[in-house]
Design a protein around this ligand. Sequence first.
Ligand SMILES: [Zn+2]
Ligand SMILES: [Zn+2]
Length: 250
Amino acid sequence: MPEVIVIGSGTGVPSLRRASPAMVIKTANTHVLLDSGPGTLRQLLKADIHFSQLNLILYTHFHPDHVADLIHFLFVSKNSLAFERTIPVFIGGPPGFLNFYERLKQTFGHWVEPPKEKVELFEIAPNTPWGHEDVEIIAFKTPHTEHSQGYCIYHEGKKIVYTGDTDYDPGLIEAIKDADLLICEASFPYKVEGHLTPALAGKLAKEAKAKALLLVHLYPACEKIDVLAACRRTYTGPVFIGQDLLHLKV
Ligand SMILES: [Zn+2]
Ligand SMILES: [Zn+2]
């Protein structure tokens, strides 16, 4: 039974209540980290997860609030820092990810180059199933940036979908369809281009017949409204409002 742990339910805006975007999907064999905003590696410790336990890290897009701790991760994964990685980690992102990494190397040099046999970076193309340990991953394009994509994660007959940042598009429904849990961004109470409101997240969940909905990527403006009530306007299934360290079994 896959478990979902909200590491950071917030955004790039510093908040004592909500850490920056990061989610963990945990199965018997795998810890999958989805995005790693600033402070993620430290925040993982609060969920009892050491960065050395991660087997797979997937990025939805290259905005700093989602990738900042990749730099930190690569740096502390070097052998020279009194830490020896015993299990390899695979780090994937949308097409363009390897180019993004090349530019990081141009900036930080060998400090972000851990041993290749321990850390492998790769690109994961949309709509192309990819298996790792006991999970299967299928990426799908999202309307947010040129590169952005969400992920469907399958394990033991369960389907978990993580949108990352996205706007509304009926084209998303096919990818999300029948998700056991839809982890969806709900950035603002009012419409902002490239993002969803809680009501639009609910609309997606309803149209895709998602069995449950978890709202994350909540900007501070969302603290001023009743997020659940806003989402209820469009979706009547189970709704979880993301909180840091919230733990769900799917
Ligand atoms: Zn973004
Ligand atoms: Zn974001």
